[in-house]
Design a protein around this ligand. Structure first.
Ligand code: DGJ
Length: 690
């Protein structure tokens, strides 16, 4: 069956995903694409007979299409959030769009619209992500005239209209620095609910995805509609629920105040606002997003992410070649495969007040440059990587002294500093060329395998184009750098998890999840992260106890089990670890490597969440499974039994001690897991098909 098909009259188009269909009507009277069906598979003949949604009363006070248009524009009786609005130089605006054509490809639908009143053409793009439940949508707006400058006051990627349900519930995450990913599940009010970042970057405070259910969905049971915006600048996602109508989701680059100039002859294209309908609960929705990232987003989905060591928590700015060599030797003893020198290796960067922007090795710390350290790390059998922060500059730096005009600033206002730094203007071609040039040299000269690309403050005093354009500039530099260095792997970071989104993940390999490395806090941070993002992108370090940030003492094994449930890293000051701890750590690193493919490429089942006394997750791939169990509060030694969905009911599984279990029994009755007495105890059970 083709992925996209239309009725003989061309008015009805159906897009088929892995498990369902999305059908639209090209409503020429409304000048709009209007949703007909988003659910079980449907034939185009059946879809062609479906009626369009109508409001209960045809009153002048109501918008006849509000909540039932794929791209509502500023024109006519439309009173909801707009996907498109324009303003001419004289301050007037308004659109009268009409459908001028449509084109079907093997997996795509493009609908063309034009404004009867002015020089605006719109192209609505739909693309089925084959073998997934996801449909990708974006929009392009073109100024078709030769004069009359105009700007876009609103420009969304898409609006997804949900089918009518008795109720709607919203799942999303909020947070802050060191407390990312807090999951909320709350009834959708009859209102416009906007999740947004006005920071110029994705942000810790909200993340650009939503999941909507009817209030009855459970972890492994029920329908979920979800959508995610692939963008790393300012953004907004508005959930509209009207008194009478269904619920809809608008996703856009740029926050509410952001306008985009559209000079004659130019086109502005939005990022992708992807969405899927899944059944099988929130767990299935998350697994479907992980699967989508593996098939369509991640540049190297099949690679095992290496066990890394990062020196930040061990040394902070107190970086020296001798100290790094010592840490590298200890990290290699533990089995680390990648050694990353964090902040403090360059310029006059001995604290966060100076040197950012001066990307040459600090001559006092690395008198012969970085190559000797890099070669030493490689001689220990590890790859070598470096931290960089290419979008920022300390005012106390040679770069800023040479190019004070390169930073975001407005002529009448003082430039606000954050962490003693200013933001370089990546909408400028000269800034992008500068960044690409030194990054290219650095990667080449040290034969770098890895960059941790950090970004440690939000924007202030930005010009209108920066809120969206900066992120596009960063994408350009990342894309060109990766093209020049195909073996380079990149970790996205923004003071922890401030830049986690599908746009960043399309250009990087993993994400530094949070600056909070307290394993107990991490349970909820990682729980929120995994709702949308795949485990092989979630970097987690084992650090020292007591934790330097929170002061909490956490047993080594618990710390490891939390970090082993993502991309395992080590970030403690290994020089202070006892021989016994180093030996235990080496054993756990070895165990991680043996189950890494299951964790990094498997299906994640959240057995219980961090709000429960016992938190547990299972990873399942092929004939193997890894089950993590953590109990934070103190308790007696106990054996708990955890039903394991996702296993083959007909198979027999064996754990590391040789105990055998039938898959059917593991699914229904569950896996017995014994926890020791005390607080912060954990267990890891591995299962293999016998
Ligand atoms: C913020 C990051 O999240 C940390 O891991 C570390 O790289 C610091 N920046 C360095 O300044």
């Amino acid at each position: 069956m083709p992925l996209v098909e239309s009725s003989p009259d061309g008015a009805t188009v159906v897009l088929h995903t892995r498990t369902g269909s999305y059908a639209v009507r090209l409503d020429h009277a409304a000048g709009a694409v209007r949703p007909l069906h988003w659910g079980e598979p449907i034939t185009v003949a059946a879809a062609a007979e479906l009626p369009l949604w109508q409001p209960p009363y045809d009153m002048a006070f109501e918008g006849p299409y509000d909540g039932s248009e794929d791209f509502p524009f500023d024109g006519g009786r439309r009173f909801g959030p707009r996907a498109l609005g324009i303003r001419y130089a004289d301050g007037t605006g308004g659109l009268d769009l009409t459908i001028t054509g449509h084109h079907l490809g093997p997996d795509t639908l493009v609908v063309d619209l034009a404004d009867r009143a002015g020089p605006v053409a719109v192209h609505l793009h739909y693309r089925v992500a084959a073998d997934t439940d996801v449909i990708e949508r974006w929009s392009a707006v073109r100024h078709t005239g030769t004069d009359q400058p105009l700007e876009l006051t609103d420009h969304a990627a898409a609006v997804w209209c949900l089918p009518p349900r008795d109720d709607y519930r919203l799942s999303h995450v909020t947070g802050g620095w060191c407390r990312e990913g807090r999951l909320h599940r709350t009834a959708v009010p009859v209102a416009e609910t906007t999740l947004t970042s006005r920071r110029g970057m994705t942000s810790h405070s909200a993340n650009p995805w939503v999941m909507i259910d009817d209030g009855t969905t459970e972890e492994e049971n029920g329908e979920v509609f979800s959508a995610a915006l692939a963008f790393s600048g300012s953004w907004r996602v508005t959930v509209l629920r009207t008194h009478d109508g269904p619920c809809s989701l608008l996703g856009a680059a740029g926050h509410d105040r952001v306008t985009t100039p559209l000079p004659p002859g130019t086109t502005v294209t939005s990022p992708v606002f992807a969405a899927q309908r899944t059944t099988g609960g929130f767990g299935a929705a998350s697994r479907a997003w992980h699967d989508y990232q593996r098939r369509r987003i991640l540049p190297h989905p099949d690679e095992d992410r290496p066990v890394l060591y990062n020196s930040w928590e061990a040394t902070e700015f107190d970086v020296s070649e001798t100290g790094q060599r010592r840490l590298a030797e200890l990290a290699a003893r533990l089995g680390a495969e990648l050694f990353v020198v964090d902040d403090g290796w360059f310029g006059a960067r001995t604290n966060d007040r100076a040197g950012l922007g001066d990307w040459f090795p600090n001559p006092a710390r690395f008198p012969d440059g970085l190559r000797p350290l890099a070669d030493h790390v490689r001689s220990l059998g590890m790859r070598f990587g470096l931290w960089v922060e290419p979008e920022m500059v300390n005012p106390d730096s040679d770069l800023y002294r040479a190019h004070p005009d390169w930073v975001l600033h407005l002529p009448t206002l003082p430039a606000t500093e954050g962490r003693n730094q200013l933001v370089l203007d990546y909408t400028r071609a000269d800034v992008r060329e500068w960044a690409l040039s030194w990054l290219d040299d650095l990667v080449r000269s040290c034969d770098l395998a890895f960059l941790k690309w950090d970004c440690n403050r939000p924007f202030t005093e930005a010009r209108p184009q920066s809120w969206i354009g900066h992120a596009l500039g960063v994408y350009e530099v990342l894309d060109r750098l990766r093209e020049r260095h195909p073996r380079l792997r990149i970790e996205a970071c923004s003071s922890g998890g401030g830049r986690v989104d599908l746009g960043a993940l399309a250009r990087t390999d993993q994400v530094w999840t949070s600056d909070n490395t307290d394993a107990v806090d991490r349970l909820s941070i990682q729980h929120g992260y995994g709702q949308l993002y795949a485990p092989e992108t979630m970097v987690a370090w084992v650090t020292d106890s007591p934790n330097p940030l929170t002061g909490r003492e956490v047993p080594l094994e618990f710390r490891f089990h939390v970090a082993m449930s993502g991309v395992l890293g080590i970030g403690g000051d290994l020089a202070t670890w006892s021989d016994a701890d180093l030996a235990t750590a080496a054993g756990l690193v070895g165990q991680y490597k043996s189950i890494r493919p299951v964790i990094q490429h498997g299906d994640l089942y959240r057995l219980t969440g961090p709000e429960a006394t016992v938190t547990a997750s299972a990873y399942v791939a092929g004939g193997a499974a890894a089950v993590f169990v953590w109990r934070v509060p103190g308790g007696p030694a106990e054996t708990i039994t955890l039903p394991l969905p996702g296993l083959d009911p007909g198979a027999v599984y064996r754990d590391a001690t040789g105990r055998q279990f039938h898959g059917a029994g593991l699914r229904s009755t569950g896996l017995p897991v014994t926890l020791a007495a005390g607080p912060m105890v954990s267990a890891l059970v591995t299962l293999e098909r016998a």
